[in-house]
Design a protein around this ligand. Structure first.
Ligand code: PMP
Length: 356
């Protein structure tokens, strides 16, 4: 049976990426070797690395003065690499969920942290609006998409200090004005590649301003200078990321993705609102994520939660159980998820409603 993959990450990738990666694992670009066996210092891989950084820049219209690097360690490693490189005395953070909270915890190891606004008072079900980004801080950090709670910041803030964003779960889902950011980072395992690679886009002039000594691997300038080849990078994930970016470019880039993501997420949110059994977790439509749609059974139907999960699973839906912190359901609608999968989930919700 066809599976509809709603996992939050690792998650669905374009079939093109999967096929191209399998091909390269069999034989990498006519070298007679598998992608699993080639040197990261071979000229063929050098090309892949350069192409990946260039296409990344092309797709997001990254202005000059910025570098794109690929490193290991996941977004969680960036939670401390960011303050290590940028926090001299004080940083400001927007607290919009578990991932922001974890980033804040790490930053506190390096200096003062101003939690400018938080939505913890309502279980992170909204994006704070009434706040002013402080001017006396080294940077302001946001999590643009809150994978667990299903909220998303869909605009690029004007910030008086370098704006730093964790875009792990919404990179390439919409056009982003990179010139408004000092640094953007994320784990690639949602919209880009299999787990293993982390992307960092950084404006070079914000680096080198802290007094503390930086371990070589932590210093972003090391990876910029060496074209992400200072140490052995996650070769397979980078190759897959390049394939996803080619697929994306071919479909019309981030503008086309945004259109599709609006269509897919609207379709599901409309059904949640219409269906007598369900309700949206995030009350304000303006705060609802296009990537991770979170929803619940209405209070009077709570006992149907596990029955719905079983019902959906029988119809090929995979990964719609909500995160353990949030409960209920979460359908992740990343770029590679076809409209057809959203239609299948909507039909399944209608069918379940008719039976109950
Ligand atoms: N930030 C966000 C928004 C995430 O969704 C995740 C992973 N789900 C992380 C950070 C942590 O990423 P990693 O597992 O790559 O460390």
């Amino acid at each position: 049976m066809k599976k509809h993959n709603f996992y939050a990450g690792p998650s669905i990738l374009p079939q093109y990426t999967v096929d191209k990666t399998i091909e390269a694992i069999r034989e990498y670009e006519g070298t007679g070797l598998s992608l699993l066996e080639i040197s990261h210092r071979s000229k063929e891989f050098d090309q892949t690395m350069a192409d990946a950084a260039n296409l990344f820049k092309d797709l997001l219209s990254v202005p000059s003065g910025y570098s794109v690097i690929f490193v290991g360690g996941g977004a969680s490693t960036q939670f401390f690499h960011v303050p290590y490189n940028l926090l001299q005395t004080k940083a400001a953070y927007l607290d919009t969920g578990a991932w922001s909270f974890k980033a804040i915890k790490e930053a506190k190891l390096f200096g003062e942290v101003d939690v400018t606004a938080s939505s913890a008072d309502k279980n992170y079900t909204y994006i704070p609006k009434d706040f002013t980004i402080p001017q006396d801080v080294d940077y302001f950090h946001i999590t643009s998409n809150n994978t667990i709670r299903g909220t998303e910041i869909l605009k690029d803030y004007d910030s008086p200090v370098p704006l730093v964003a964790d875009m792990s779960s919404d990179i390439f889902s919409r056009p982003v004005d990179v010139s408004k950011y000092g640094l953007i980072y994320g784990g690639a395992q949602k919209n880009l590649a299999p787990a293993g690679v982390t992307f960092v886009v950084v404006r070079e002039d914000i680096l080198g301003k802290v007094d503390r000594p930086l371990p070589t691997m932590v210093d972003y300038r090391t990876h910029i200078k060496k074209g992400s080849l200072f140490n052995t990078p996650p070769v397979v994930s980078i190759y897959s990321a390049l394939q996803t970016m080619k697929w994306l470019k071919n479909l019309g880039g981030v503008e086309a993705m945004e259109k599709m993501n609006i269509e897919k997420s609207n379709m599901l949110y409309e059904e949640i609102e219409r269906n007598k059994l369900f309700r949206c977790t995030v009350p304000d439509p303006a705060d609802r994520s296009r990537m991770n749609v979170t929803f619940l059974m209405k209070d009077e139907y709570q006992e149907l939660t596990s029955a719905f999960l079983a019902f959906a699973s029988e119809r090929g839906m995979v990964g719609i159980k909500g995160h353990r912190d949030a409960g209920g359901f979460r359908a992740s609608l990343y770029n590679a998820l076809p409209l057809e999968s959203v239609q299948a989930l909507v039909s399944c919700m209608k069918e379940f409603e008719a039976k109950n």
